[in-house]
Structure formats: structure tokens, C-alpha cells
Write a protein that binds this ligand. Structure first.
Ligand code: NAD
Length: 300
């Protein structure tokens, strides 16, 4: 893709806004659409050309990127705009959605004479702003090669994981493991508290022992050992509980749909769904506070 490529960008929220801004900074012409006026205003300030409808953005673009809340919205939008696109337009969906929805989106695009990739991300809002996201991509080799220069503008690491839907598979497998490990770590920390083990000593031992995990060494759910972790900032996200709950829900349905005996993944989804009812806006590592409360008998 040369910098003469016109990019349609649909969904300019917390993630899409800064991702589109990075494409503009790199010299791409960006035709942007989002129904929310504040998002439109920010995109204009960032140098994108804001258009009145999604179809208008799509019709003049060579490649279309979507960054939307969920699979239903992605499929509805594809259904709405595919007929407006030039033949062979490449659609790249960066939203986190169900694997089955991602496959359906790719089929819809192909049936309309277009090309499609699923390319969900990790790295959060900070990674979107800094252009250091990790992209997990599913789709054909040639389409991956076409999208790569753009993804490299928005990301620090781009992995071609396999065919359609396999990018989403990588995303939900990783986040299921992260949710499980944060719950397990938090249970161990609260057990340690009950047994008289300080957080500092817990960290000293476990961070270099066989219980070590990214959740502990980079994102410690209690204040102190890792100064940059959200626990030191009253659990301000970071990665909000609402988003972890969404991703674990996708993982739990994929476990069920594929006949996997995923008891811990399913339970992790249930635990976060309950926590999400009251604390959706807190960082997901605040689950340790819920486990602590429930261990004191303060259950609902
Ligand atoms: P967001 O709610 O901030 O942004 C979504 C945007 O999509 C909104 O601005 C909304 O107005 C817009 N939108 C809705 N319907 C639309 C339509 N028909 N056409 C065009 N725009 C439309 O959400 P976000 O935090 O930016 O997340 C976007 C996606 O990225 C989600 O799938 C999320 O799971 C995933 N994700 C988020 C994070 C994160 O840290 N926020 C990290 C990784 C992945």
C-alpha cells in the first residue's frame, strides 16, 4: 500500500480515534466516520477528513478499517456498506469480536467481491496512541501483505496467525489466559495475606519462582511491588473490567461452541461477569479486592 492509498476508518472511539490519527501522521489520507459528534470533532482536529456516512467513507477508499464495540455492529455495518465499496476493497476489522462473527464478516465481504482480514489488537488505549499495538491477523497471505504497512504504522508487532477468524482466536485465547491468571494470582495473594505473608515477600518469592506470571511482574494487582500497575492508582484502567468481561464472554462461548472442556475459562467468565455488575469501570486487576471482600464474608 503506498501512501497514496485512501483509508476509510469507521469507529473513532478510545482505540479507533488515536489509530486513525497515527495513519494521518504517517501521511495517509483518512476518510473517517463515527456517529458521535465528539469523536468526529477529535478526528477533524487530528487531520482526518470526516464524512457524513459510513458508505461515503467506504466508497472512496482502497482499504477500510473498522474499530467497533461488538460483532453485531460489525456485521450490520458490513451489510450496510459493502455494496458501496469499489470492487476488491480490503476490509480490516480490528474490533474484538466472536470468531464465528469474524468468519461471517469475511464471508460477507468475499460474497460482495471484496477482501477481508480480522486484525484485533492488544495494547490498550496507550498502545493505540503510541502506535505500539500488537495486531493478531487472520486472513489470506496476499491480503495480509497489503495491509501490513498500515498495521505497522499503528502497531509495534504484527503477527499473521492464520486464516479468517484465527486472529480473533489468538486474541481470545490470550485474554482468557490473562483473566484466569489474574484470578489465580489474586486468590494466592489473599491466601498469603491470611497466612501472614506480606505483599513484598510474596512478590520477592513468586516473581522468580514457578508461579511467576505477567500479571504479577508487570501488572501486580496490589500496590507497591510494581509502581506502574493500576493498583497504585486506585485501580483506574488500564484495562477495564468491562472489557475483560466482554473478552472472557467471547472465550466462554468459543469454548462451548468448540466442545472444549474449559472449566476454568468458563468459571473466569462467570467471576468477572459478577464483578462487572458493580465495578465495570475499574481496572480488571481490582478483582483482588473482590476476592478479599468475599473472603471476609462480605458477599452479596
Ligand atoms: P469505544 O466504545 O470507545 O469506540 C467504539 C466507537 O465505535 C464509538 O465511538 C462508536 O460511536 C463507534 N460506532 C458505533 N457504531 C458505529 C457505526 N455503525 N459506524 C461507525 N462507528 C460506530 O470502544 P474502544 O475502547 O475504542 O474499543 C473498540 C474495540 O476495540 C472493541 O471491540 C474493544 O473490545 C476493542 N479493544 C479495546 C481495547 C481498549 O483498551 N479500549 C483494547 C483492545 C481491544
Amino acid at each position: 500500500m503506498s501512501k497514496n492509498t485512501t483509508v476509510g476508518f469507521l469507529g473513532l472511539g478510545h482505540m479507533g480515534g488515536p489509530m486513525a490519527a497515527n495513519l494521518v501522521k504517517a501521511g495517509y489520507e483518512v476518510l473517517a466516520f463515527d456517529p458521535v459528534p465528539a469523536a468526529q470533532e477529535q478526528a477533524r482536529t487530528d487531520g482526518a477528513t470526516v464524512v457524513a456516512t459510513a458508505a461515503e467513507a467506504v466508497s472512496a477508499s482502497d482499504i477500510v478499517i473498522t474499530m467497533l464495540p461488538n460483532g453485531r455492529i460489525v456485521l450490520d455495518l458490513y451489510t450496510e456498506v459493502l455494496s458501496a465499496a469499489k470492487p476488491g476493497t480490503l476490509f480490516v476489522d480490528c474490533s474484538t469480536i466472536d470468531v464465528a462473527d469474524a468468519k461471517q464478516a469475511a464471508e460477507l465481504a468475499a460474497a460482495a467481491g471484496h477482501r477481508a482480514l480480522d486484525a484485533p489488537v492488544s495494547g490498550g488505549v496507550a498502545g493505540a496512541a503510541a502506535g505500539t499495538l500488537t495486531f493478531m491477523v487472520g486472513g489470506a497471505d496476499a491480503d495480509f501483505a497489503t495491509a501490513l504497512p498500515l498495521l505497522e504504522v499503528m502497531g509495534g508487532k504484527v503477527v499473521h496467525c492464520g486464516g479468517a477468524g484465527v486472529g480473533q482466536a489468538a486474541k481470545i485465547c490470550n485474554n482468557m489466559l490473562l483473566g484466569i491468571s489474574m484470578i489465580g494470582l489474586s486468590e494466592a495473594i489473599v491466601l498469603g495475606e491470611k497466612l501472614g505473608l506480606t505483599h513484598e515477600k510474596f512478590f520477592d518469592v513468586v516473581s522468580t519462582a514457578s508461579g511467576q506470571s505477567w500479571a504479577l511482574t508487570s501488572y501486580c494487582p496490589v500496590p507497591g511491588p510494581v509502581p506502574t500497575s493500576p493498583a497504585n492508582n486506585d485501580y483506574k484502567p488500564g484495562f477495564a473490567t468491562a472489557l475483560m468481561t466482554k473478552d472472557l464472554g467471547l472465550a466462554a462461548s468459543a469454548l462451548a461452541a468448540n466442545g472444549v472442556d474449559g472449566q476454568i475459562g468458563t468459571l473466569a467468565a462467570e467471576i468477572y461477569t459478577r464483578f462487572n455488575q458493580d465495578e465495570a469501570g475499574k481496572d480488571f486487576s481490582a478483582i483482588v479486592t473482590d476476592i478479599r471482600k468475599r473472603s471476609e464474608g462480605e458477599t452479596k
